[in-house]
Design a binder for this molecule. Structure first.
Ligand code: KG4
Ligand code: ZN
Length: 344
């Protein structure tokens, strides 16, 4: 089976082609056209600009993905998978309309895909079929922070989520306070590595870390960063030492909360596997501390993390989610709509 997949849910224009043979998945091409340079000057994603860029990029990205995958005959493509939500509504429509046109012209069925399921199933692209259920999935991205109980593939239940900002959003917003470049996650991670010690006794809260539920809250953390930043003299708050120490503490605060809540839910639900997905999982320190903690507290538990290029948005993850949802393929897809708040 060959699947062409499309994701335009946020600020990356993504098209991938996957070949699945005897349950073995081969990524023939996985193109991500990033708009980071365009949005950087606004310190975040500017939806109307993102939509315009998707409109410009889709055709060249399609051409490149067909070329890289070596597919010359379109009749070899068996299905098109496309993200219908959650995400930025104008951006989702661009991808969906493009997919509908291809589906009509090429006469190929269309599979609607949930972006969050894509982040979870990105772990199954390079094998991992031996993972055991139930699993607890932590999806942490720029728009979402969710803990999901997964009884099997396609059987999900959200057991906790953020009540305000997402973890990635917290990285992005606090980076902006410190004058670091967008996206904030990689900028903060890079600064944190430079911190040599505790010169300024920066001490941030770990919001909701001991709450009995599985929810999160990150907006208070952002406010705490702003207060600390404002109370420092200009000389200190613009110093490299302060910025790196603050970056390290922001990263650690987010890591502490994510790990504590995920391990708690894994214990409570007697999970056999923990599955991580989403852009924040690209954070190497988060992955390192997760591994260390699981080894110590739940040594029999399997931890799945996506390949490093599959943590942030991509269309290969939409292709694999499409493959598992191939029963949803529609020959006449005109009625499919986007849903910017789609729940898993
Ligand atoms: O999954 P993703 O690419 O897009 C959404 O679906 O939102 O996630 C993007 C988020 C951004 O907030 C970005 O700052 C964060 O992932 N991110 C990171 C890292 N790389 C990307 N956060 C922490 N550490 C990183 N290395
Ligand atoms: Zn995403």
């Amino acid at each position: 089976m060959i699947i062409l997949s499309i994701d335009t849910s946020c600020d990356d224009t993504c098209i991938a082609i996957l070949k699945i043979e005897k349950k073995k998945i081969k990524v023939l091409s996985n193109i991500v056209s990033s708009q980071i340079d365009i949005h950087r000057k606004y310190g975040g994603v500017y939806p109307s600009l993102a939509k315009r860029e998707h409109e410009k990029n889709l055709v060249p990205v399609l051409k490149q993905s067909l070329k890289e995958s070596g597919i010359s005959n379109l009749s070899n493509i068996n299905a098109i998978a496309v993200t219908i939500g959650p995400g930025l509504e104008p951006c989702l429509w661009v991808g969906l309309n493009f997919a509908k046109s291809l589906s009509l012209i090429w006469n190929i069925p269309l599979i609607p895909v949930n972006h969050i399921e894509g982040h979870i199933l990105s772990n199954f692209i390079s094998g991992n079929s031996n993972s055991q259920f139930p699993a607890i999935c932590l999806v942490v991205s720029g728009g979402h922070t969710q803990l999901i109980l997964m009884k099997k593939i396609k059987d999900y239940k959200i057991i906790g989520e953020t009540r305000d900002d997402a973890a990635g959003e917290c990285f992005d917003k606090t980076a902006r306070i410190l004058g670091l470049a967008y996206p904030g996650g990689p900028s903060i991670a890079a600064e944190a590595l430079k911190s040599s010690g505790e010169l300024f006794s920066v001490n941030l809260p770990r919001p909701m870390i001991y709450s009995k539920d599985y929810d999160f809250s990150f907006s208070g953390l952002k406010t705490a960063v702003l207060y600390d930043y404002k109370k420092r003299s200009k000389k200190i708050r613009t110093s490299k030492e302060y910025i790196s120490e603050m970056a390290k503490e922001i990263q650690q605060s987010i890591i502490d909360v994510l790990i504590k809540k995920t391990i708690k839910s894994a214990k409570d639900y007697k999970a056999k596997t923990i599955i991580l997905g989403g852009g924040v999982v690209a954070n190497e320190e988060l992955q390192r501390q997760f591994k260390e903690k699981i080894k110590k507290e739940m040594p029999n538990l399997l931890l799945l993390t996506p390949d490093s290029n599959l943590c942030t948005d991509n269309a290969a993850m939409i292709g694999i989610a499409g493959y598992f949802n191939k029963n949803k393929a529609l020959k006449n897809p005109q009625k499919i709509k986007v849903n910017s708040n789609l729940r898993i």
